[in-house]
Design a protein around this ligand. Structure first.
Ligand code: 3AT
Ligand code: MG
Length: 335
């Protein structure tokens, strides 16, 4: 009797589709949030321009990569045409300028791994982090946004995975779990690997966009409006994909030998990357290659304790999507 209850039933997974789509819909930011973001950017531009007329401001991260849920903070990059040696000095100056306007909680965090100025706009209630010359993040934001345009299921899957990760406490890099950026790359990789594929490998195609940043050539096919039918031979629903995603990370991934690589659209070996042993604090227990900074493993924050937490969470999620009578509640239950 036990076995029978545990038997996966193919028709069953579809019961999840409508509720998962409803959750996805509820997470999409309303249009007025975009308006507010633009307002803040305009205000910042006005203030920054007085001091540094040649500098430019860019949105990056989830407010610009189309994977932002409602009420996310916004990430802004202040880009100068030249290298800035003393970022702390510029950030303190910036904090000073912003403070004198009516922005609240302006704070320069000059010793963080990525030094930033944090602030809150009292009229909109939106918090904002400003970094300096982090142009690669602006470019990887564009790559993610372009992938999202190819097939609606990219955003659906990634929203649900991010929501799950936040609910379950496994979206905290300072505690050894993964960043939102890493989760979105995991989703893109997964969709590149479906058969038929739901996503192509944009960096493996003709280069229609190319820019060199910090000596790294970032190039890929960005005319994605030409790819709007790419995923249509694959008829999988978001429920099947969510189930497949968690199963892949619970039981299908070879943690000992494999690196996932959106850049190549495939799995590559740890051996090939020389990510086989711990170097300093980088452990490579789950390997996610950054699409542009290819020496950069986004899994390097994961340690021998948090890898267990992560894998147990993938297994829990896989089990719930398959067998739980109330999966949409259980999956996102606070930890
Ligand atoms: P949230 O919705 O805020 O959780 P997000 O997409 O804004 O998601 P993060 O706050 O983790 O993601 O990061 C903001 C952006 O910074 C996303 C990506 O463009 C860049 N980024 C983050 N981590 C890395 C990294 N390790 N290497 C390169 N770029 C990164
Ligand atoms: Mg963010």
């Amino acid at each position: 009797r036990m076995l029978k209850r545990q038997m996966p039933c193919c028709g069953d997974i579809h019961r999840l589709n409508a509720p998962l789509l409803a959750i996805y819909e509820s997470l999409i930011p309303p249009e007025e949030e975009r308006t507010k973001q633009k307002q803040i950017l305009a205000l910042l531009e006005k203030l920054v321009c007085k001091e540094w007329p040649k500098a430019q401001l860019f949105l990056y991260g989830s407010c610009a990569n189309s994977f932002g849920v409602s009420k996310s903070d916004i990430d802004v990059c202040l880009a100068f045409n030249e290298e800035i040696n003393d970022k702390a000095e510029v950030l303190l100056k910036l904090a000073d300028i912003l403070q004198s306007d009516n922005l609240q909680n302006v704070q320069a965090l000059t010793r963080a791994r990525v030094p930033i100025v944090k602030l809150m706009d009292p009229t909109t209630g939106i918090s904002c982090d400003i970094c300096i010359n982090n142009v690669l993040a602006v470019i990887n934001t564009k790559l993610l946004r372009d992938y999202a345009k190819i097939d609606a299921r990219v955003r659906q899957l990634a929203f649900i995975v991010k929501h799950w990760a936040k609910s379950r406490g496994v979206n905290e890099t300072y505690r050894g779990t993964l960043s939102s950026y890493a989760y979105v790359l995991m989703c893109i990789h997964f969709l590149q690997q479906r058969r038929p594929a739901i996503l192509p490998c944009l960096q493996g195609m003709e280069k229609t966009y190319s820019i060199t940043v910090d000596n790294i050539e970032c190039a890929y096919f960005d005319k994605v409006e030409q790819l709007s039918n790419f995923g249509s031979p694959n008829k999988e629903t978001v429920a099947q994909l969510v189930w497949g995603f968690f199963n892949y990370w619970a039981y299908g991934h070879d943690y000992a030998n494999s690196v996932i690589s959106v850049r190549t659209g495939s799995i590559i070996s740890k051996q090939e990357k020389d990510w086989t042993r711990r170097v300093g604090n980088d452990r490579h227990l789950i390997c996610i290659e950054d699409p542009f900074e290819i020496s950069h493993d986004l899994g390097r924050v994961v340690d021998k304790f948090s890898i267990r937490v992560l894998r147990e969470e993938f297994e829990r999620a896989a089990h719930i999507t398959q067998y739980d009578p109330n999966p949409c509640v259980k999956l996102f239950e606070p930890y």
